[in-house]
Design a protein around this ligand. Sequence first.
Ligand code: SAH
Length: 203
Amino acid sequence: MVARLAEAGVRDSRVLDAIGAIPRHELVPEALASQAYQNAALPIGEGQTISAPGVVAVMSQALELTGGETVLEVGTGSAYQAAILSRLAARVVSIERVPRLAAQARKTLDRLGIHNVVVYLGDGTRGRASDGPYDAIVVTAGGPTVPEPLLHQLADGGRLVGPFGRRDEQRLVRVRRDGDRLHTEALGRVRFVDLIGAHGWGR
Ligand code: SAH
């Protein structure tokens, strides 16, 4: 899988190493374990999905992490993206709105021996100012626009990556903070489950 991602243009060797190190088959429902190393999103219950490895790789690479960062993730889900980030940054704060998924994600991270990720239950579109500002923010559910509170919690020079746009298709964007200015780049078209919350879609 790592070789296929490298062929597909993922160049950051730290990202490829992290993808290679996390056993994705342990993060999907047992019945789907045989499909864990295909480049596809898979259902994890509660109508949610574990993101495809290719998408996780592209988003992780776009965050430009070097190891010392504090990262905020919105949408813990299976904890796959969080597990990858745990190897790329110093500390990961991840927020999930579905209680059962948050509880399961904590168990998964424990089982994998990952101790630099903390999972909070709540509406991630509000961010978590008390642990910020963040050097990087990744939103792993699709919202109408970049949630305003997250932009306020982005450190100077920080990068926010996430999918925004229509409910059935989004543009993956990277927003970079440069002092009071924000620069936005488009990274391609994607399809994510709904970002639901005060600064996302309604239920
Ligand atoms: N990063 C996850 C992707 C899971 S899918 C992984 O690697 O598996 C997106 C997740 O975002 C779902 O679990 C969904 O419940 C969650 N979500 C949606 N809106 C949210 C919000 N406002 N705050 C926190 N989590 C949210």
